[in-house]
Design a protein around this ligand. Structure first.
Ligand code: FES
Ligand SMILES: [Fe+2]
Length: 355
């Protein structure tokens, strides 16, 4: 099969679960970054994420591994590992096995998300932080309301959505294309400001959107204009060709609980509607290494250049596809997906097309 994407899984901070999904004293299985993982919370409340397979004989520690104090015990022969992944006990031996180590990922639980630092090289420490958001503890915001989706596309493709102003008219049928007023990157942080008109029951209202991405896996988007809304969003690679997004929505409290909840629901529905419209595009599109752009298209190449820093050590294939390659990276043949309607067909019909 041809290569799905010319880039690997990026490095960065990625959400692997919510804090309340791993209770104190429990473990669970996860799968991200193309690997099986175990998450467990020790008796002091600290979350740990490690490679799943016991180095003794390969049991999956997330399927029956038990948390004993601040250690994780394998369900197969009872070996125990500590928070650093060191084997600290073999119950039927007086010795431990120094070679038996679990790869351990740095964890940071912040803003309602359990984040893991992933880099293909285990010796590369986190290079930036995810700052805590004061707004979430101020009591001024209602939420969160959660949604999540699994998409058969690389996370880089999803992120490109934000800088692609033209698609909003065709895929999302918005009255006016959002205007990107600034796009600034500094190291792992990318900040974008735009103005977009939103339909509301009271007519079209002009909204301001400010989004700040901290690496490829996490961003905070602030919407102002209708009601102040905060979207804390994460995109986590499952493997090289799929990812999971999680949206946590918060709206500035408007007084009574019912109004808050109605506003939040309407907002979530709109963002989710747009996401579901994008999904078939992302899943069925090819990655075009050297896209033929219009002069008025958004800052695609600036976005890609920024994103490439997260492919440590991998040449920038976007600019230079392998010799003899046409630079087009299509999806696989998915017999089950042949009938899916690309959102474009619907948009084309809305705009006078025959599709
Ligand atoms: S496989 Fe884990 S203790 Fe044997
Ligand atoms: Fe979109």
């Amino acid at each position: 099969m041809s290569q799905r994407y010319p880039f690997p899984i990026p490095c960065g901070w990625f959400q692997v679960c919510r804090p309340d999904e791993v209770a104190v004293g429990t473990s669970r299985a996860l799968f991200y970054f193309d690997r099986h993982l175990v998450a467990w919370r020790d008796e002091e409340g600290v979350l740990h994420v490690q490679d799943a397979f016991c180095p003794h004989l390969g049991a999956h520690l997330g399927h029956g591994g038990s948390v004993e104090g601040c250690e994780l015990q394998c369900p197969f022969h009872g070996w125990r590992f500590d928070a650093e992944g060191t084997n600290v006990d073999i119950p039927y031996s007086t010795r431990t096995n120094k070679r038996a180590r679990l790869r351990t990922f740095p964890v940071h639980e912040v803003n309602g998300k359990s984040m893991v630092w992933y880099h293909p090289d285990p010796d590369v420490a986190p290079r930036w932080d995810i700052p805590a958001l004061d707004d979430l503890t101020s009591g001024e915001f209602f939420g969160p309301v959660y949604t999540d989706h699994t998409v058969q596309a690389h996370a880089q493709e999803l992120g490109e959505n934000a800088v692609d102003s033209a698609h909003f008219r065709y895929v999302h049928s918005v009255a006016e294309v959002p205007e990107i007023t600034s796009y600034v990157t500094e190291g792992p942080v990318a900040e974008m400001k735009s103005i977009q008109k939103f339909p509301t029951p009271r007519g079209v209202v002009e909204g301001r959107i400010e989004s700040t991405g901290y690496g490829p896996g996490y961003s905070v988007v602030r919407f102002a204009g209708i009601v102040d809304t905060l979207l804390v969003s994460s995109t986590t690679p499952i493997d090289g060709g799929s990812c999971q997004t999680r949206f946590d929505f918060y709206t500035r409290s408007l007084g009574d609980a019912e109004t808050n909840s109605n506003v939040a629901k309407a907002f979530v529905a709109e963002v989710d509607r747009q996401f579901l419209e994008d999904m078939p595009i992302w899943e069925h599109k090819a990655h075009i290494a050297r896209p033929a752009l219009a002069d008025t298209d958004g800052p695609f190449m600036a976005y890609r250049k920024w994103y490439h820093q997260f492919y440590d050590g991998v040449p920038g294939l976007d600019e230079t596809p392998p010799v003899g390659h046409d630079g087009v990276f299509p999806p696989p043949y998915w017999p089950d997906k042949m009938d899916e309607s690309p959102a474009k067909a619907t948009a084309s019909a809305r705009h006078g097309g025959t599709a």
